[in-house]
Design a protein. Structure first.
Length: 74
């Protein structure tokens, strides 16, 4: 599905079609979570529990960067 980046006030935004909102079970005002993947970005409905878990995982990855790099080489 091709989407267009448009101006929203002093920012930029993407308008999500009604069909996509329905598939994601989203309504106006709901939040999305963007996950960066090797081949693009994945949008999912925002889940505060998942966001908290991702924050903890990112802290661990930053703190244990050297160990994780060594493990990935094995």
């Amino acid at each position: 599905m091709k989407l267009k980046v448009t101006t929203v006030g002093n920012s930029a935004g993407v308008i999500l079609p009604k069909e996509l909102l329905a598939r994601l079970r989203l309504e106006k005002g709901d939040a999305l979570y963007a996950t960066e993947l090797p081949d693009g970005i994945k949008l999912t409905p925002f889940d505060s529990k998942l966001a908290e878990q991702m924050e903890v995982a990112e802290k661990v990855m930053r703190k244990r960067r050297t160990l994780l790099r060594k493990l990935s080489e094995s």
